[in-house]
Design a protein around this ligand. Structure first.
Ligand SMILES: Nc1nc(=O)c2c([nH]1)NC[C@@H]1CN(c3ccc(C(=O)N[C@@H](CCC(=O)O)C(=O)O)cc3)CN21
Ligand SMILES: CC(C)C(=O)C(=O)O
Ligand SMILES: [Mg+2]
Length: 325
């Protein structure tokens, strides 16, 4: 499809950002198909690759990343061609498993969930967090755990929290052919040593540290970097300095992409709502009202009704009743 006719197509999104959205559906590296409408895909999208993500940065097409923790949420991410990356975040610990911190999540728990997400994933690039403790002990242990996540967990890439202190770890994994997504700024796995979940990079030293960390991780071979909870000016600068795509969460609008936690985005998470969270849905209200209606219907015996029940013909039932008497 020539670009000119795409420009004329009545895309709703194209009115918001013509130059950017046009390239999304163009015959580009990013591999998007050409649906009749961005919200009503007609063709499944091509598998997203690292090369496609790099091209999206180049073309200034925002990268959409969303977390998933199980088969249905993975299917939902995959059913939308505008979702580029599915992340099995270790936020799994809090939003799915009820732990207080991501540090409580084990590697085997993570693998149990990544397998389910992998079964539901089609076009999105599939990334998993390496759980706390699975990449700190030694190079050998890290390599073994990484291979396990790839082979058993069936993910394509791994995300690791940390700055230049983990550059050798990142180099080791990328040297093995395992793609690594870095994660700098607020590091939830270190919330205790950082005295809480606090915005990072607000003073000169902290901002400089984040810039040098991001550069070191790019140098070590990371294919992308998550910037969490940092001032938007700093995120814009890091995005400009790096050749690899930046994905922001609480890092303002100038990163190459955005990520949110599934439950925060859906409005199902009743816990703390960080400043950077936008609830795009109110599924908690919807879900709670469905539970209320179901429970009421059971108590009032209005559920199940005739159409929801199985019947047997009268003659047969009389015969059965006679034989059991
Ligand atoms: N539901 C959920 N959403 C997340 O984004 C998320 C998780 N869970 N669990 C793992 C980590 C933890 N994260 C968090 C948790 C809390 C804040 C938070 O309370 N931030 C404060 C900033 C306070 C300040 O420094 O001024 C905020 O109010 O935004 C941020 C990120 C991000 N990840
Ligand atoms: C919020 C994203 C970046 C994450 O690391 C997670 O969900 O665990
Ligand atoms: Mg995480």
């Amino acid at each position: 499809m020539p670009l000119r006719s795409l420009a004329k197509a009545p895309f709703r999104l194209s009115r918001i950002q013509p130059a950017r959205m046009m390239s999304v559906y163009g015959p580009s590296e990013s591999g998007h198909s050409s649906p009749a409408s961005p919200t009503q895909p007609t063709r499944p999208r091509k598998k997203v690759t690292i090369e496609a993500l790099r091209a999206m940065k180049e073309e200034k097409t925002p990268i959409t990343m969303l977390t998933a923790y199980d088969y249905p949420s993975a299917l939902a991410c995959s059913s939308n061609p505008l979702v580029d990356i599915t992340l099995i975040g270790d936020s799994l610990a809090q939003v799915c498993l009820g732990y207080k911190s991501t540090t409580e999540l084990s590697l085997s728990e993570m693998i149990h969930h990544t397998r389910a997400v992998a079964r539901g994933t089609t076009h999105p690039f599939l990334v998993a967090d390496m759980p706390f403790g699975s990449y700190q002990i030694s190079g050998e242990d890290t390599a073994r755990n990484a291979v396990k996540l790839i082979q058993e967990g069936r993910v394509e890439a791994l995300k690791l929290e940390g700055g230049s202190e983990i550059r050798d770890t990142v180099r080791k994994l990328t040297g093995m052919g395992i793609p690594v997504m870095a994660h700098v700024g607020l590091l939830p796995q270190r919330h205790v040593s950082m005295s809480g979940y606090k915005v990072q990079g607000k003073d000169v030293n902290s901002a400089r540290r984040i810039i040098s960390d991001a550069l070191a991780l790019e140098e070590a071979g990371a294919f992308s970097v998550v910037l969490e909870a940092i001032p938007k000016e700093l995120a814009a600068y890091v995005t400009k300095r790096l050749q690899i795509p930046t994905i922001g969460i609480g890092a303002g609008p100038h990163t190459d992409g955005q990520v949110l936690v599934w439950d925060d985005m859906m409005g199902t998470w009743a816990g703390h709502k960080a400043k950077f969270v936008r609830r795009f849905g109110d599924l908690k209200a919807e879900r709670d009202s469905a539970i209320q209606k179901y429970a009421e219907a059971v108590k009032l015996r209005t559920f199940p009704d005739h159409s929801e029940s199985y019947t047997i013909d009268k003659m047969t039932w009389e015969e059965i009743s006679r034989t059991v008497e």
